[in-house]
Design a binder for this molecule. Structure first.
Ligand code: DX5
Ligand code: ZN
Length: 241
C-alpha cells in the first residue's frame, strides 16, 4: 500500500504486516497527545520511523472526559503520513453516532468505553460491521467482569492505568492485577485479543505491565520526550523494559 491510500477497509492487513517488532514482541503505541500539535504530520512520520507499531490517537470530547482533543478531520489529515495502524481511542459520549466518521477517516482499531453508551455490545458490532478492529477500554474503576460477555467479539482490550483525560499522569499500580486477570481471560478464550495498557507508562511501569501480561503499551510522555532525535531510543527502552 502506498502512503495516502489509507482509510479503505482492505488496508488494515497490509498495514498490520509492517510492525517493527516481531510477532511475540511487545508493541509500542505512541500517543500523539504528547506530540507537537502544530506539526502533527511530521511527528507521526518521525515516531513511525523511530519504530512505533501503532499510532495511538486520543479522542476526547470535554464531556466524557474533562479535555478536548481532536476529531475525524485531523485523523483523515494524518492518514497519508503513515501506513502504521491507527489505534483510535474514543473517549466520547455518545459514541455510536461518530463511529462511522472515525472509520471513514482511516482508523484501523476503534476502542470504546462501556460507560460511553448504553449498549457496548452493539457499539462493538457497529465497529466490526465497518471492517475495523474493535477494542473495549476499562477505566481504573471499571471491573474486569465488564469484558466477560465481549470476549467473543473484541479484538483488543485496553486497560486504563490512569483516569482518562490527560497525558503525564502517574500509573495506578492497582491496575496490574486487572491486567493479570484479563491475561488469564484472554488466554482462556483462545482468541487473538490484544491486551493494551494506557497511562503513566515509563520504563519501570512498562516492565511491570509486561510482566502482568500486557502486549501493547501506549506511551505519550515517554515516547515523545526529548524531541525527534530521542524517539527511537525512547521506543527501544520501552520495548526492552
Ligand atoms: C489518557 C490517554 C493516554 C495518554 C497517555 O487519557 O488515553 O493515551 O495520552 O499519556 P502518558 O503516557 O503521558 O500517560
Ligand atoms: Zn489513550
Amino acid at each position: 500500500m502506498q502512503p495516502g491510500s489509507g482509510g479503505s477497509n482492505g488496508a488494515i492487513h497490509e498495514r498490520r504486516v509492517q510492525y517493527m517488532s516481531g510477532p511475540n514482541q511487545v508493541r509500542i503505541a505512541p500517543s500523539i497527545l504528547s506530540a507537537d500539535f502544530a506539526r502533527l504530520g511530521e511527528e507521526v512520520r518521525a515516531i513511525a520511523e523511530a519504530g512505533a507499531d501503532y499510532i495511538h490517537i486520543d479522542v476526547m470530547d470535554g464531556h466524557f472526559v474533562p479535555n478536548l482533543t481532536i476529531g475525524p478531520a485531523v485523523i483523515k489529515a494524518l492518514r497519508p503520513h503513515s501506513d502504521l495502524p491507527f489505534d483510535v481511542h474514543l473517549m466520547i459520549s455518545p459514541v455510536d453516532p461518530y463511529v462511522e466518521a472515525f472509520a471513514d477517516a482511516g482508523a484501523d482499531i476503534i476502542t470504546v468505553h462501556p460507560e460511553a453508551g448504553a449498549h457496548v455490545h452493539r457499539t462493538v458490532q457497529l465497529v466490526k460491521s465497518l471492517g475495523k478492529k474493535a477494542g473495549v477500554s476499562l477505566n481504573p474503576g471499571t471491573p474486569v467482569e465488564m469484558v466477560d460477555n465481549l470476549l467473543g467479539d473484541v479484538d483488543l482490550i485496553l486497560v486504563m492505568s490512569v483516569n482518562p483525560g490527560f497525558g503525564g499522569q502517574s500509573f495506578i499500580t492497582s491496575q496490574l492485577a486487572k491486567i493479570e486477570a484479563l491475561r488469564a481471560r484472554i488466554d482462556g478464550s483462545g482468541r487473538d485479543i490484544e491486551l493494551e495498557v494506557d497511562g503513566g507508562i515509563n520504563r519501570d511501569t512498562a516492565a511491570a505491565a509486561i510482566k502482568a501480561g500486557a502486549g501493547v503499551l501506549v506511551a505519550g510522555t515517554a515516547a515523545f520526550s526529548g524531541g525527534a532525535d530521542s524517539y527511537a531510543d525512547n521506543i527501544r527502552r520501552l520495548r526492552g523494559a
